[in-house]
Design a binder for this molecule. Structure first.
Ligand SMILES: C[S@@+](CC[C@H](N)C(=O)[O-])C[C@H]1O[C@@H](n2cnc3c(N)ncnc32)[C@H](O)[C@@H]1O
Length: 304
C-alpha cells in the first residue's frame, strides 16, 4: 500500500538538516578579500556586520562549485572568471534591491506640481517637447514606471506629441529581467493610487490572476539596461533628471562623490538629481542647489 511506503519514507521537508561539517567558515581575512573585491568592482561597501549575510548568500554557490573555502572562491573570481559571469552572479546575490512604487511620494508630488508644469509651459514657448530621465539603480522597475506614470499624467492629452525616454538601469541582472516584464503582484503595486492603477495597469485573469501588467503605452517609455555605476555610462544625450535613490547609501564615500559629480555632467542646465532621503549630493563640491526633499538642481540655471 502506498500509505505504508509513505510512513517508511518521511517527507523531504522533515529530513534532518545538512550536518555541521558542510558549514564552510568565512573568516575575517577571507571576508576582507571578498569585501575589497566587491568594492573595487561595484563601489558597494560591505560593512563587517554583513559577514554572516555574505556567508549565507554564497554558501550554496560554493557547494555547487565544489569549493571548500571562501578563499578558493575568491581565487576563482580573481583568476579564472574571464567572462565575468561569476562576479556578476556574486553581485546579483548581494545587492539590496528593496523598492516600491511611489517611494518618497513628495518627490513625485514636486514633479507633478512644480517641475513638469514648468517644463510644459516652457515647451509652449520653445516648441521643445522632449524629456530624458534616468533611473540609475532602478531595481525591479517600480521607480522608472512611477516616473512614467507621473509624466503621462502631467502631459495628459498632449503626451503623444512629446518625445519621452526613461532609462532604468541597474547592476543586478535578476531585477532587470523582472522589470522588463512589467508584471507586478497586487501587493507590489499597492503604492499606486487607485485611479492610476485603473488607467495604466491590466488585471491578469486565469493563471495570471492576482498579477498586474503595466500597459504598453507606459512600458513604451521605459528602457532597461545593465549599467554598473563604476563603469562608463552609455548616456548619449543630456538628461533632464537623474533619479539615484537609495543606491549611493550602499557605496563607498569616494565613489558616492565621484558618481554624483558624473551625474552633474550628464544633466542639462537646471536638470534635477533626486536622491534617497539618507543620501546627500555633496552639493558644494558639485555646484548643486538643494530644493529640499533630497532634490537638487544643477547650476547655472536653477529652476524656480
Ligand atoms: C535599494 S535599491 C533602490 C531601488 C530604487 N532606486 C528605489 O529607491 O526604490 C538599490 C539598487 O542599486 C543597485 N546598485 C548597487 N550598486 C550599484 C552599482 N554599482 N551600479 C548600479 N546599480 C547598483 C542595486 O542592485 C539595487 O537594485
Amino acid at each position: 500500500m502506498i500509505t505504508a511506503k509513505r510512513a517508511a519514507w518521511p517527507a523531504l521537508e522533515s529530513a534532518a538538516p545538512l550536518p555541521a561539517q558542510n558549514e564552510i567558515h568565512l573568516g575575517h581575512e577571507e571576508f576582507t578579500l571578498l569585501r575589497d573585491l566587491v568594492c573595487a568592482r561595484t563601489g558597494i561597501e560591505l560593512k563587517p556586520a554583513k559577514r554572516e549575510l555574505l556567508k549565507v548568500r554564497l554558501r550554496k554557490r560554493l557547494q555547487s562549485l565544489g569549493l571548500g573555502s571562501y578563499r578558493a572562491y575568491h581565487d576563482l573570481l580573481t583568476q579564472r572568471d574571464r567572462s565575468g559571469e561569476e562576479i556578476a552572479r556574486l553581485i546579483d546575490s548581494i545587492t539590496t534591491t528593496k523598492t516600491e512604487f511611489f517611494r518618497s511620494p513628495e518627490q513625485f508630488e514636486y514633479m507633478a506640481r512644480d517641475w513638469l508644469p514648468r517644463r510644459i509651459a516652457l515647451a509652449a514657448e520653445t516648441g521643445e517637447r522632449r524629456l530624458r530621465i534616468w533611473s540609475a539603480g532602478c531595481s525591479s522597475g517600480e521607480e522608472p514606471f512611477t516616473i512614467a506614470l507621473v509624466v503621462l499624467e502631467a502631459l495628459g492629452a498632449s503626451a503623444g506629441s512629446w518625445d519621452v525616454k526613461i532609462l532604468g538601469s541597474d547592476i543586478n541582472r535578476g531585477v532587470l529581467e523582472r522589470a522588463a516584464t512589467g508584471v507586478y503582484t497586487a501587493e507590489q503595486a499597492s503604492g499606486v493610487p487607485g485611479n492610476l492603477l485603473r488607467r495604466y495597469f491590466l488585471r491578469g485573469i486565469g493563471s495570471k490572476s492576482g498579477l498586474l501588467l503595466i500597459r504598453p503605452e507606459v512600458r513604451r517609455l521605459v528602457t532597461f539596461t545593465r549599467i554598473n555605476l563604476l563603469d562608463d555610462w552609455p548616456i548619449a544625450s543630456r538628461l533632464d533628471a537623474v533619479f539615484c535613490r537609495n543606491v549611493l547609501i550602499y557605496l563607498d564615500g569616494g565613489v558616492q562623490r565621484e558618481v554624483t559629480r558624473r551625474f552633474v555632467t550628464t544633466l542639462n542646465d537646471g536638470g534635477l538629481i533626486f536622491l534617497g532621503h539618507a543620501e546627500h549630493a555633496h552639493g558644494r563640491l558639485n555646484g548643486l542647489r538643494s530644493l529640499g526633499d533630497a532634490i537638487y538642481a544643477a547650476a547655472p540655471s536653477p529652476p524656480g
